[in-house]
Design a protein around this ligand. Structure first.
Ligand SMILES: CC(C)(COP(=O)(O)OP(=O)(O)OC[C@H]1O[C@@H](n2cnc3c(N)ncnc32)[C@H](O)[C@@H]1OP(=O)(O)O)[C@@H](O)C(=O)NCCC(=O)NCCS
Length: 433
């Protein structure tokens, strides 16, 4: 693969804005979105971006919409992206496509939008994802892990994700107690961000209303009172797969160390410099680079570190140049392996919790992480953020963002330090002037 050593590493692609619906657990008393069609969750995000960015104004008309969705069956079938466009305040001439890259769907959709605007095909593109796991259960598309393909199964016998996570913990020597500690910290970090005054993600929330009532103001999967002893007593969740598939000694992931089943949607407005000029919009972040990478489908969630390494190498960045990391907590073992393999400072990792505490509405999570990263970079006044998700089938998808020099709130340039000064050298000011 060709590695670009170019100094001007930023792409001609900017995140103008991004939002997500607070995530709702599917557990009965907390499943506040279960009466809503999943199209409504995505349309809420579309309408929020229309309002926040006045997309009805001349020159601000989006060219395209791409939405990730994993279980594309029943309510989520029939190209949910297009049906959400029709339900929203967008004009009828906005075309839309639904994309399935398993848990990477939301981020891959944004990465595809990045490619569309950077190539000049579009100037303003909406991209993100949606999943209503209360209405369309995981696996509802009937494909299982491999589409039920015997020829493929003879070549690659793919484990269910939970079993793969247990296998990886064994492979990397990660013990149950370390996983429990990680799960606990996910809860504590999330809980510390959610107070009576709101959530650190309030600035990027698209609130869902029904009959004029806001259904949820912050992610409700979080367990603020989590404690290690109760977590240590939980039964392994994926024991059932162990004997059927692979012979690893122990099932170690539990409900406390696996991503939560949840409903939600997220969406970003992605633009090229020409798009921002046309629309008169100011970006919140520049996309420095994006990466997708295939890895071994047996240890299917194990490719995250390699995917990040490849992207960092292309951008001539070091791990320590990244101020904040969002590594999807599909299972505790995934961010733990990546953190250790890359040598990430734990204080920079998933600082507001993640999918274990906040929930993982599969097709939406990548987009939710992009919106979360914007909010966190702005709150922490940091510059570079990396978002990465593991993907079933042995894949990973990543993005590195740079908070823009011209920030909505600050309106002034950031003081850049050290070797990172040349990153994204071509200033946004020059681009959008
Ligand atoms: C792990 C999994 C099977 C658990 O599902 P579940 O049983 O419906 O989960 P629950 O939230 O009901 O938790 C089960 C029990 O553990 C308890 N629990 C969960 N987290 C806890 C914590 N941190 N501390 C203490 N108890 C906890 C719950 O209270 C519940 O107890 P109860 O049965 O007495 O009410 C499910 O979350 C899952 O499949 N996650 C992974 C999804 C996935 O594969 N996504 C794709 C990733 S690649």
């Amino acid at each position: 693969m060709k590695i670009h050593k170019d100094n001007d590493i930023g792409l001609d692609a900017y995140i103008v804005d991004a939002v997500f619906t607070p995530r709702a657990s599917v557990k009965k008393q907390r499943s506040v979105y279960s009466d809503l069609h999943p199209q409504q969750l995505l349309a809420t995000c579309i309408d929020a971006l229309i309002d926040r960015n006045m997309l009805q104004n001349p020159g601000r008309h989006p060219d395209y919409l791409i939405a990730g969705c994993v279980s594309q069956a029943n309510d989520q079938g029939a190209n949910i992206a297009r049906n959400a466009v029709l339900l929203s305040g967008l004009e009828l001439d906005v075309p839309a496509a639904s994309l399935d890259m398993c848990c990477g769907s939301g981020l891959e959709s944004i990465n595809m939008a990045v490619a569309r605007v950077a190539s000049g095909i579009d100037q303003l593109t909406l991209a993100g994802g949606v999943e209503s796991m209360s209405r369309v259960k995981m696996g509802a598309d009937g494909g299982g892990m491999d589409g039920g393909s015997e020829p493929l199964r003879r070549k690659w016998l793919q484990m269910p994700q939970g079993a793969s996570a247990d296998y990886l913990a064994h492979k990397h020597g990660i013990k149950r107690n370390e996983l429990d500690q990680f799960g606990l910290h996910s809860q504590l970090k999330a809980a510390s961000c959610i107070t009576d005054d709101g959530d650190c993600f309030d600035p990027v929330h698209a609130l869902v209303e029904l009959d004029g009532q806001v259904l949820l103001k912050a992610d409700n999967h979080v367990r603020p009172n989590a404690d290690l002893a109760a977590m240590a007593a939980l039964h392994p969740a994926f024991q059932v797969y162990k004997t059927d598939f692979f012979d690893y000694p122990e099932s170690v992931h539990t409900a406390g160390t696996s991503s939560g089943i949840a409903d939600g949607a997220g969406l970003a407005l992605v633009a090229s410099a020409a798009g921002m000029r046309r629309a008169g919009l100011i970006p919140r972040a520049r996309v420095l680079g994006v990466q997708s990478l295939g890895s071994n489908p047996l240890s299917m969630l194990d490719g995250v570190a390699d995917c990040c390494r490849l992207l960092l190498q292309k951008l001539d960045l070091e791990v320590d140049d990244i101020d904040l990391w969002e590594i999807n907590e599909a299972f505790a073992v995934v961010p733990l392996i990546a953190q250790r393999s890359l040598g990430i400072d734990p204080a920079r990792l998933n600082i507001a919790g993640g999918a274990i505490s906040r929930g993982h509405p599969l097709g939406a999570t990548g987009a939710i992480l992009v919106a979360s990263m914007l909010a966190l970079l702005e709150r922490e006044q940091k510059r570079l953020g990396c978002i990465v998700l593991c993907v079933a089938g042995g894949q990973s998808v990543a993005m590195i963002l740079e908070r823009t020099v011209y920030n909505r709130r600050e309106g002034a340039s950031l003081k850049l330090k050290g070797r990172a000064r040349n990153v994204g050298r071509k200033s946004n000011k020059a681009d959008i002037a």
